[in-house]
Design a protein around this ligand. Structure first.
Ligand SMILES: [Zn+2]
Length: 662
């Protein structure tokens, strides 16, 4: 669903933007690796200790500046200059050629303990992400960066919009897409879609063609098949062939469902519903409005805490700062970050995480409560993951490369998927009087969405298939016209016709950090379904099942980025990752799905029996609810989690009286 994607993007944009900035600005030639004298003489433990503590300090200094400046806190030590300095210092550390050479020197020794070898291996992988070891490739990379800079600058200044009633109206791509979803006039929707299509024409005329060529040249210089192969290998540790082997199972498995859903849509709403600018509008229903009373904004924090505690999730002594409300001067993108990574120090003591999370909620807006709760389930899922990593270095638990996007998103997307479950909705989607979301409303929601869910899968899949084909175009055939024709061909092949979101309007294609990684979301969602199927088979239930948290902790969370994503999924679910579980979910007839959901809802109601709501919530975490510099509620001050939630609720009711009374 769209909202979840947006949250996902928010997290990813932040962590990957940082990684990319680091790698772009500081990427430098490495000296040929030669075990230094020092490495042969010194104790590896002291080198490891030095790298761990230095990195921890630089990471924290930068992230704290990031938070202080983005939240516009009053403390005079948060300044743009200090932020730039802290960032430069962290970047220089990550791109240190000396540290890489030293690490390799130590790795060559035969007297290392298993933990030392694993830690040095993550040092080597991490430094390797920020240093490019070929002069020719480095020069090509600089060329890419230059083209990309010019292209992004041009794109930011592009006059984007739609011709409405004969006059050009400026609208962002987000604006065009939302107007296309809700506007009753077909002519307006079509104009918005044409506005979105104009992005492709613009970018291919402003450097995208040259960028694709330069990216491929760089990747080939490094020994890869093409740029996509380079990106996927760097990010996930397996090549393009392995990736598309997995994606093909999903593509083939859901093709008949896509064709059937298109036929059903045409039968229900007319052939015109299949047109790119009509589908989203024709499918939209009134369910969102009806769900709203069951997601009161002021209860979101409490319901998230109750739900995670019932899953047996612990934050291992962490602390979390939540700045949820929009306000003037605040950074205009929500994000989640970890100024303090979790790790086990040399003396065996455990350092818990510190999480900061910000969103731009307006409690008086319809849907704000649903968004807040789903966002909390998602971001607090990331936080639970990072809080539970127990490895001997902060480099195993930081959110930048080489931590895989698919690995990180699996954790948060699995936990936010519960918001759609009937059992969860009975327990946690409660109106202000405490009544649960009625099953009839859940049924209406499922009936409206389930038959067309395959469309969002196909829209997601179209991006990696397009990028794969794009970087496989022979140099001689690359042109603006060829790229546009390819985008149209892939939309028709994967989505059944031109897409409501034209492929060339996807911003991920342009930037170095976001290009050729969209598959990360697809892999994460595949793994979410496979993990859900595993729990359903093992325990029968997921919601409020206290075995879920410990299972995730032991299989997915403890090892951090020391193990590859695919290995972790196989370890928990007992099977290699495939699209089968996702396909099975989509294939399930809606009546059969509703029977299961009805039973799950009834079972949750029977189990609850009025008593569950009184249970204490222990997340083993200090939670501080803030609004910039102001502390609204703090679990340590108030005594416990629920007392802090009560105080937060009172604050919201007082500040937004109409929202709370509505
Ligand atoms: Zn995320």
């Amino acid at each position: 669903d769209m909202r979840m994607r947006l949250v996902t993007l928010t997290f990813v944009e932040r962590c990957c933007t940082l990684a990319a900035v680091v790698s772009r600005q500081r990427i430098s030639m490495s000296t040929p690796p030669s075990p230094s004298y020092e490495a042969r003489l010194r104790n590896p433990a002291s080198f490891i200790e030095e790298v761990n503590t230095q990195y921890e300090g630089l990471h924290r200094a930068f992230e704290e500046q990031f938070w202080g400046t983005k939240m516009a806190l009053k403390d005079g030590s948060y300044t743009v200059d200090a932020l730039t300095k802290a960032k430069g210092e962290m970047e220089a550390f990550l791109a240190s050629k000396e540290k890489l050479a030293q690490t390799r020197g130590y790795l060559a020794r035969s007297d290392l303990s298993e933990a030392e070898r694993a830690t040095l291996a993550i040092f080597e992988r991490t430094f390797g992400c920020y240093i490019m070891e070929s002069e020719a490739a480095l020069a090509l990379r600089e060329k890419c960066t230059a083209i990309e800079g010019t292209l992004e600058d041009a794109r930011n200044k592009m006059r984007l919009g739609a011709v409405l009633d004969g006059a050009f109206v400026e609208l962002s791509s987000v604006g065009l897409r939302s107007k296309m979803r809700v506007d009753g006039s077909e002519a307006t929707r079509k104009a918005c879609w044409e506005g979105l299509r104009s992005i492709g024409e613009f970018v291919t005329a402003n450097g995208f063609v040259e960028l694709v060529r330069a990216r491929n040249a760089m990747a080939r210089e490094l020994g890869y098949e093409d740029f996509y192969d380079y990106k996927v290998t760097q990010a996930e540790g397996f090549g393009k062939g392995a990736l598309f082997g997995m994606l093909d199972t999903l593509e083939q498995g859901t093709r008949p469902l896509m064709e059937e859903a298109r036929a059903n849509l045409a039968a229900a709403k007319g052939e015109a519903a299949l047109l790119a600018y009509n589908s989203a509008y024709m499918m939209a229903g009134s369910v969102t409005q009806k769900l709203d009373p069951y997601f009161p904004f002021e209860h979101a924090v409490e319901q998230w805490g109750r739900s995670f505690a019932a899953l047996g999730i612990s934050y291992e002594g962490a602390s979390m700062r939540l700045d949820l409300l929009d306000r003037k001067g605040k950074y205009s993108n929500g994000f989640c970050h970890w100024p303090q990574p979790a790790w086990v120090k040399a003396d065996g003591s455990f350092q818990p995480t510190v999480t900061h999370f910000t969103s731009l909620a307006d409690p008086s807006a319809v849907g704000s409560g649903h968004t807040a709760l789903t966002t909390l389930m998602h971001e607090a899922g990331h936080a639970a993951h990072f809080a539970n990593i127990k490895m001997p270095s902060p480099l195993f638990s930081q959110e930048r490369a080489p931590t895989s996007v698919a690995y990180a998103e699996l954790q948060s997307m699995f936990l936010d998927s519960l918001v759609g479950d009937a059992a969860w909705r009975f327990q946690y989607a409660r109106d202000r009087e405490g009544s649960p979301l009625p099953f009839a409303l859940h049924e209406e929601d499922v009936r409206a969405k389930h038959p067309y869910e395959v469309f969002s899968l196909r829209a997601m899949l179209a991006v990696p298939y397009f990028e794969k084909a794009l970087y496989e175009l022979p140099d001689g055939e690359l042109s603006a016209a060829a790229i546009q024709a390819l985008a149209d061909e892939v939309e028709t092949r994967i989505q059944g016709g031109p897409g409501g979101r034209p492929l060339l309007s996807v911003p991920h294609l342009l930037s170095d950090e976001a290009s050729c990684y969209y598959h990360g979301y697809v892999l994460a969602e595949m793994a979410v379904h496979q993990t859900r199927a595993f729990f359903a088979a093992r325990d029968g239930v997921i919601v409020d099942n206290p075995r879920v948290g410990p299972t995730l902790r032991d299989a997915y969370w403890r090892p951090g980025n020391s193990e590859p994503f695919l290995g972790l999924v196989e370890r928990l679910t007992g099977k290699p990752l495939t699209g089968d579980s996702w396909v099975a979910t989509l294939q399930q007839p809606v009546d059969e799905l509703l029977e299961e959901e009805r039973a799950a809802y009834a079972a949750a109601a029977k189990a609850a029996n009025g008593a569950a709501a009184k249970a204490a919530v222990d997340l083993d975490m200090r939670v501080t609810l803030v609004d910039g510099d102001e502390v609204i509620a703090d679990t340590t001050e108030e005594g416990d989690f629920l007392a802090a939630c009560k105080k937060f609720e009172g604050h919201i009711r007082q500040r937004f009286p109409r929202a709370a009374a509505a």
